[in-house]
Design a protein around this ligand. Structure first.
Ligand code: SAH
Length: 382
């Protein structure tokens, strides 16, 4: 591991809440948090750390604007404000992505392209989003602009590609609304395919500008492999991948299972999941666009069976309908992947009172230097 590096923007940026601690201390902090919240259910395994906990973010976003001296700046919003903190390189972001953003800042100056003014709602370049496939090497650049008309578009793209020939696709996304969301609804592909491909656990996934994809690919493989190890899926098993996003976990599980059903609320994610299954030639998987809780209630009412439920809900955790249906369906095993130990505690409390015993708790450090901690929990029916 590199010697612990301190970031000069630590206080202003707010992205890495526990940057002030050495990496060892950060891991202790996370362990304490998990043990404090859910340690009473079962022994907590030692947190899986990251070998090199720097520059792990494969998705980097920068807001563009001007400082008081009217110089062009790019960076992150200061926590809970609308002020941009200039960032040229960040300890957790992909280096290449940061370099591309700095290049774009220099280029827009020479091309006399305006930055967007959030107050007046005028100007052009609002944000730049870069996604990089760590295994594939493919790079996507998304230029988020306040209006569609892009003068000297061709020469700008050529200049950018000349400086970074490894960029595989460039997309313009138009966001002309007063919103804190980075991306607007309309995207125009300016160069390449408009998506990048990335490999994870031996499968290929297509990533579009808007699609959710885990931001730390190195630790994601470790996390998903742990989930598979816990699930011990066998050839006849029916597996439910609840809150499946773009289908990553279900697709990885498909090779061990008889059949997999992925459930996800976001219809764009479901479309991506179906494409991803096709891309990998997987036949024993289906994706359903539905509220996971409601879908599970339906399964339970029809007396259908599921052998293993893998669930990976958002920070808010699962809901009571979902948990009740899990109990009614009574799969042999439930593998819960959680990014929020507080809601995990609430959901484990319910399941542990209703036929399930917690067998293993494994924290994984997915987001070094931040306060966040991910856990995989194995439960089995008693
Ligand atoms: N398992 C995926 C995504 C996890 S993120 C992965 O590892 O990549 C959590 C997902 O839950 C998001 O895609 C979100 O759209 C989805 N989601 C949120 N609420 C939901 C609900 N009520 N029913 C189904 N899916 C939901």
């Amino acid at each position: 591991m590199e010697k612990d590096i301190k970031c000069p923007l630590y206080k202003k940026c707010g992205g890495c809440q526990i940057q002030n601690l050495s990496y060892e201390k950060q891991l202790e902090f996370k362990m304490k948090k998990v043990v404090g919240l859910i340690g009473r259910f079962h022994h907590v395994e030692d947190i899986i750390s990251m070998d090199n906990p720097y520059h792990y973010r494969n998705k980097v976003q920068a807001a563009f604007g001007r400082d008081k001296q009217n110089r062009i700046i790019s960076g992150v919003y200061q926590s809970s404000t609308h002020k941009i903190v200039p960032v040229d390189d960040c300890l957790i972001e992909d280096r290449k992505a940061d370099e591309i953003i700095v290049t774009i800042r220099k280029l827009i100056k020479s091309f006399k392209i305006k930055t967007f003014d959030d107050n007046k709602m005028t100007g052009f370049l609002r944000h730049v989003l870069v996604k990089r496939g760590f295994s594939s090497g493919e790079i996507m650049v998304v230029l988020v602009t306040g209006e569609e008309q892009f003068k000297s578009k061709r020469s700008f793209i050529n200049a950018l590609l000349q400086r970074h020939p490894d960029i595989t696709t460039i997309v313009q996304n138009i966001n002309n609304r007063r919103t804190s969301l980075v991306l607007g609804n309309k995207s125009i592909v300016l160069y390449g395919e408009g998506t990048i491909k990335e490999q994870l656990c031996g499968y290929t996934f297509s990533i579009s500008p808007k699609a959710f994809y885990q931001i730390n690919p190195v630790q994601t493989e470790i996390l998903y492999n742990k989930a598979m190890e816990f699930a011990e899926i066998s050839k006849d098993d029916i597996v439910i991948d609840a809150y499946c996003g773009t289908g990553t976990i279900g697709i990885i599980a498909s090779k061990y299972a008889g059949r997999v059903i992925g459930v996800e609320l976001n219809k764009d994610a479901v479309r991506d999941a179906k494409n991803n299954a096709k891309l990998n030639g997987i036949k024993n998987i289906d994706f359903v666009c539905a509220d996971a809780g409601k879908y599970m209630v339906g399964l339970a009412e029809e007396n259908l069976k599921a052998d293993v439920v893998i669930m990976d809900p958002p920070r808010a955790g699962s809901d009571i309908n979902f948990l009740k249906s899990v109990v009614k369906l009574s799969p042999k095993k439930v593998v819960y992947i959680s990014c929020n130990p507080e809601t995990l505690k609430r959901d484990l409390t319910y399941l542990s009172k209703n036929k399930y015993k917690i067998r293993k708790i494994q924290p994984v450090d997915m987001f070094p230097h931040t306060e966040h901690v991910e856990c995989v929990v194995l439960m089995s029916r008693v």
